[in-house]
Design a protein around this ligand. Structure first.
Ligand SMILES: [Cu+2]
Length: 506
């Protein structure tokens, strides 16, 4: 129906226009044709000049009025270091094209005025002007060369690979239909190898190569977890795809790169504003103070809900939209804590299982490193715990192994014990007891003796590594103080343990 009405209206307007034309034709015949034409030429030319002045003023005014809607201004300022340079490029380009825009528009309309039809007026004829040709070729060429050179500088800043010594956070993004697997480098700062032939959809969806030591401490985020990154730190993102073309796009940081199956790509960027800072900045703009959810006007404002995002910028299939992920930029300390709390993919999913090439190895170098880190925390906590907190004063060894039925330490035990000795030497005034415990299997008296002997050999090892003998006592408790149930294998394993207990502070 509305189409029909629109059609009728347009037809009507056309008929009216036609009728007006007829009327002016008839009137001009009455007045004399030539005079009318000259009059028309004059008024049209005048109106054209008025139009172009108003038009150019409106252009400049709207650019200023809508400044905060433009990339690089107000709420749309870049949140990365090179993003500002990139936005600067847009400004330089806008400057030059703006000049050309104003000059060409002014000339077009001014000449329409200047060379309007006049009595006896005659067109100027010239076939060729070398000077003119040179001028209008040379000026754009110089300007273009300048723009391209400036662009190349910015491109190189983003794309020149870092020297291997530079302090940088390495992450890897593997795109697939329809999500990203985000891998962090872990303690060693190195992204480990992967190989598509190792992909196992059940256990190893990225195809990580666990024979590479650098892979073992890598962290893989869950499918919908926030990607957390620290502010003011260079981040290198290695980008690959498992199936079709995807595109890793971080609009607020002005970085965007194709994820190509079989061809690793990368970019480097440095976030300059945390999510919290960005929210505070957005608070200043009225459009960001509207309710986030229109149906809930009293609810949170838009700025409170602001998040940086990762989008796939390649139409990769019907679930394309679901590749969106939230990026959170935090301060460096928060980032460290966040990363430290994440389990490595290997220890969480692979260690000891069918896909583990190190199944028969009890301790791997990265596990020793990790245990050292943990031990540092535990020793510090035990040494500073106050007397009311008995549990905190106990340090439980995790990697101390004895030969079956004997008190002889196996070689793998020395990593943890020797490291513990160096830590204890930092607190020379504190006295400790080495306590041995068993499960309830076997004769209680024998258990007690064995636990006593085992505690004694741990004490000896600590003394051999420099802990002074008068700080250390040893005791065996057999099965008398279990920490877990003796009804399950797991519980029994927990009960067989050797501990260090802070006895006194001098
Ligand atoms: Cu995609």
């Amino acid at each position: 129906m509305s189409y029909l009405i629109a059609f009728l209206i347009i037809t009507l307007i056309a008929i009216i226009a036609l009728q007006i034309g007829r009327v002016s034709e008839i009137s001009s015949r009455i007045r004399g044709e030539e005079e009318t034409e000259l009059q028309n030429n004059n008024s049209t030319a005048g109106w054209l000049v008025i139009f172009v002045v108003l038009f150019l003023v409106a252009c400049v005014w709207s650019a200023i009025y809508y400044k905060d809607q433009m990339l690089g201004y107000g709420p749309w300022e870049a949140s990365s270091e090179h993003g500002k340079e990139l936005d600067g490029l847009f400004n330089v380009t806008l400057f030059f094209t703006g000049i050309v825009f104003i000059i060409t528009h002014w000339l077009t309309f001014w000449y329409a005025y200047k060379y309007r039809g006049r009595k006896g007026g005659k067109a100027l004829f010239f076939a060729h002007d070398t000077k003119l040709e040179l001028v209008w070729t040379a000026i754009p060429a110089v300007v273009m060369a300048f723009l391209v050179a400036k662009g190349l500088v910015v491109w190189n800043n983003t794309m020149t690979d870092l020297d291997p010594e530079a302090k940088v956070i390495n992450i890897e993004a593997t795109g697939y239909q329809f999500a990203w697997d985000i891998r962090y480098a872990g303690n060693d700062g190195q992204i480990g190898k992967k190989d598509y032939r190792l992909i196992d959809m059940g256990g190893n969806p990225i195809g990580l190569d666990f024979t590479d030591a650098a892979t073992l401490d890598d962290i893989v985020l869950g499918g919908s977890d926030k990607i957390v990154l620290p502010v003011d730190t260079t981040v290198r993102v290695a980008i690959t795809s498992k199936d079709v073309l995807h595109n890793f796009y971080l609009p607020h940081f002005r970085v965007k790169m194709d994820a190509v199956p079989g061809l690793p790509t990368y970019f480097i960027f440095k976030p300059t504003k945390t999510t919290a800072q960005m929210r505070q900045e957005l608070k200043a703009y009225p459009e960001w103070n509207l309710p986030y959810d229109e149906t809930d006007p009293e609810g949170p404002k838009r700025w409170e809900k602001f998040e940086y995002e990762l989008a796939c910028a390649e139409l990769c299939g019907k679930g394309h939209y679901s590749m969106r992920r939230i990026i959170e930029i935090v301060d460096k300390d928060t980032y460290k804590k966040w990363e430290a709390a994440l389990p490595t993919f290997y220890s969480n999913n692979i260690r000891g299982g069918d896909l583990d090439p190190n199944k028969d190895k009890r301790l791997l170098p990265f596990e020793i490193k990790e245990r050292e880190k943990e031990l540092r925390r535990e020793v510090k906590a035990a040494m500073t715990a106050d007397s009311s907190n008995a549990d905190a004063k106990i340090i439980r060894f995790k990697n101390v192994y004895y030969a079956t039925g004997s008190a002889n330490l196996e070689d793998d035990s020395f990593y943890e014990l020797d490291y513990a000795a160096t830590l204890l030497n930092k607190y020379p005034d504190i006295k400790l007891e080495v306590a041995g415990h068993t499960d309830n299997v076997g004769d209680p008296a024998l258990n007690r003796t064995l636990s006593q002997q085992r505690a004694a050999s741990v004490r000896e090892r600590l003394i051999a590594k420099g802990v002074s003998a008068d700080r250390l006592t040893s005791a065996g408790y057999g099965d008398t103080s279990p920490v877990d149930s003796n009804d399950t294998d797991e519980g029994k394993a927990n009960n067989r343990r050797t501990e260090l207990r802070v006895i006194s502070k001098n």
